[in-house]
Design a protein around this ligand. Structure first.
Ligand code: ATP
Ligand code: MG
Length: 423
């Protein structure tokens, strides 16, 4: 036998017993975002490498070490998208959707990052992203956060997640803070973890994010970003908090929340949970007023977030929050004996589906004896089995067996669709 080829490490198949949860989540999200007026946008999985270098930032973890980059056959450098925001901006701007307009967009699909695979962290993972363009005031930041809270509510997660909020101010404010932070941390350079030592020159803000205990200890006496936040950023942040409070969305201010992508400014936020170990963030976002211009468009205020679908699904499963109705279930199994009965059964199956569009009707195909077909009906987990043999065809009836109780009754073919619906 030929050697089997395995999937790539960190890239998972989503098998039939998992896909119904995915469909449930995607449908719930699609309904919620639509109710806020967000429209879906779809863009390619591959883009010019330059888009992410310029968009996400050269010194971010993503661009430094996580991208799947390759040369196309013509020598052009392409990258599998590691996130959706840069692509979304590229696509919307290219189509002329951003010029003097307000846009509310969302997308879903796979993202690719070369990370160490572990629970909640994969090399191909999926995000659902929500982005808004053309609105500078805090009420749109609030709308997005309220929308996400609504989603957790719909999914039954609201009690299990916490909203962390911060403002990282304007670029000039961050620069002033960075200078101070670097001056302070340079004194302790030897005691910082390796990543943080490197970031001292490349991306000092990210040091605040360090998981290293010693680094965190040193950071306790470091200058605080909060002290560098100017009036405009402060007012924006205050307004956001006021709107969230008015909407009964609780939050925690986390002054060391900076996010790992360069394009953020002012608002940043994360929804975190204590149920997923180290991969605690299920949704993250913020304002990125500079990105459109940085990618060659006209300056356009923007704010958005992305959620990690795998982490959300892990959370739903861990907390046993997948509703029964979302799980796949065969309702009716149909078996038939003889050629004429098979014909009648296939026509009848269509009539049942027509009359009961949400019913899952599974026909046994390929004949076989009664006993074998009944075994398949049993294994299908269906609540009802419809049996048709030659006698039934002659009389214009069928047998309906209720699999849970074993009760069996005959029913005229004409009445079957409504009879099944009534059981
Ligand atoms: P983390 O700090 O966990 O690495 P991040 O800051 O890199 O996350 P973002 O780029 O903000 O993540 O992506 C938004 C969300 O996408 C994350 O909050 C997470 O839920 C999910 N996510 C990010 N990277 C992965 C991954 N490799 N595997 C699965 N989900 C991921
Ligand atoms: Mg990451």
């Amino acid at each position: 036998m030929a050697r089997k080829i395995q999937a790539i490490r960190g890239m998972n198949d989503i098998l039939p017993d998992q896909s119904s949860v995915w469909l449930y989540l995607e449908k719930t999200v699609a309904d919620v975002v639509k109710s806020y007026g967000y429209q879906q946008i779809r863009f390619p999985i591959v883009e010019n490498t330059e888009l992410f270098k310029r968009g996400v930032g050269e010194t971010t973890d993503i661009v430094e070490k996580e991208m799947y980059t390759f040369d196309d056959r013509n020598g052009e450098s392409l990258t599998l998208r590691p996130e959706g925001t840069a692509s979304c901006v590229r696509a919307a701007d290219q189509a002329g959707l951003l010029f003097n307009q307000v846009q509310r967009l969302w997308y879903t699909g796979p993202m690719f990052r070369y990370e160490r695979p572990q629970k909640g962290r994969y090399r191909q993972f999926h995000q659902i992203g929500v982005e808004s363009f053309g609105m500078a005031s805090a009420d749109i930041d609030a709308e997005l956060i309220v929308l996400s809270a609504k989603l957790w509510q719909q999914l039954g997660l609201i009690e299990h997640v916490e909203l962390q909020l911060n403002t990282i101010g304007l670029a000039a404010e961050r620069e002033a803070f960075k200078t101070n932070l670097v001056t302070y941390l340079t004194e302790y350079k030897d005691q910082l973890d390796e990543d943080s030592q490197r970031r001292l020159t490349t991306n000092p803000l990210r040091i605040l994010d360090s998981k290293d205990a010693k680094t965190q200890e040193i950071l306790k006496k470091a200058p605080s970003l909060d002290d560098f936040i100017g009036e405009e950023s402060r007012a924006h942040f205050d307004r956001l908090q006021a709107i969230l409070t008015a909407n009964n969305v609780p939050f925690v201010i986390n002054n060391s929340l900076v996010r790992g992508l360069d394009y953020y400014g002012k608002t940043v936020f994360e929804w975190v949970t204590t149920h997923l170990g180290a991969q605690a963030t299920i949704c993250a976002g913020g304002r990125y007023d500079g990105l459109v211009e940085q990618l060659g468009g006209k300056a356009t205020p923007a704010v958005g977030f992305a959620m990690g679908v795998e982490r959300l699904i892990l959370l739903l499963e861990t907390l046993d929050l997948v509703p029964e109705v979302a799980k796949y279930q065969t309702d009716v199994f149909m078996i038939s004996l003889g050629e004429e009965a098979e014909l009648a059964s296939s026509v009848l199956a269509e009539q049942i589906r027509e009359a009961n569009p949400t019913m899952v009707v599974l026909r046994h195909c390929g004949g076989g004896n009664f006993k074998n077909q009944m075994k398949k009906a049993d294994r299908s987990g269906a609540a009802m089995t419809v049996i048709i043999g030659q006698d039934e065809v002659d009389q214009g009836i069928c047998q309906v067996k209720q699999m849970r109780t074993g009760e069996q009754a005959s029913c005229s073919i004409d009445e079957l669709p409504s009879y099944l619906a009534s059981l």
